[in-house]
Design a protein. Structure first.
Length: 138
């Protein structure tokens, strides 16, 4: 690319940036390619029983809040808080249908100690209350 044309210089710059990107993010499956959310997803799945803040997700993913949000929407189709609630509600449904734990204990087990908030959130996700799910499986 010894020509003095602008396009030649741009081509060189593009190739250098591509090379740099391949050094920083060597594989298509790397967290760089997934907006840094792979570690955040793992963190949520490992810690859904605890309080999870956006700040903790930002620390784990090493990204900005807007990038984290865009990444979640691109990868799982939901913003981070909605994904956290989805993980919790899926686990709650599993516990409601597979154990004899009380609804209150299940709420605490999935990281939502306020039973009325838990019931409201559950109803928003599934369209029925936790106790209705429990009565259908008994």
């Amino acid at each position: 690319y010894s020509e003095a044309y602008v396009s030649s210089k741009l081509m060189c710059a593009s190739l250098l940036l591509e090379l740099l990107a391949s050094v920083i993010c060597p594989s298509a499956d790397s967290e760089c390619e997934h907006f840094g959310i792979n570690s955040a997803l793992k963190y949520i799945n490992d810690n859904y029983k605890s309080e999870i803040s956006i700040e903790s997700l930002l620390n784990v993913s090493r990204t900005s809040e807007s990038t984290l949000r865009r990444g979640f929407i691109a990868e799982v189709g939901l913003p981070p808080v909605r994904y956290i609630n989805k993980v919790r509600m899926n686990k709650a449904y599993e516990l409601l249908t597979g154990t004899e734990l009380s609804v209150g204990n299940i709420a605490t087990e999935v990281g939502i100690p306020d039973i009325s908030y838990f019931s409201k959130l559950f109803r928003n996700f599934y369209g029925i209350s936790p106790s209705q799910v429990r009565s259908k499986t008994v």
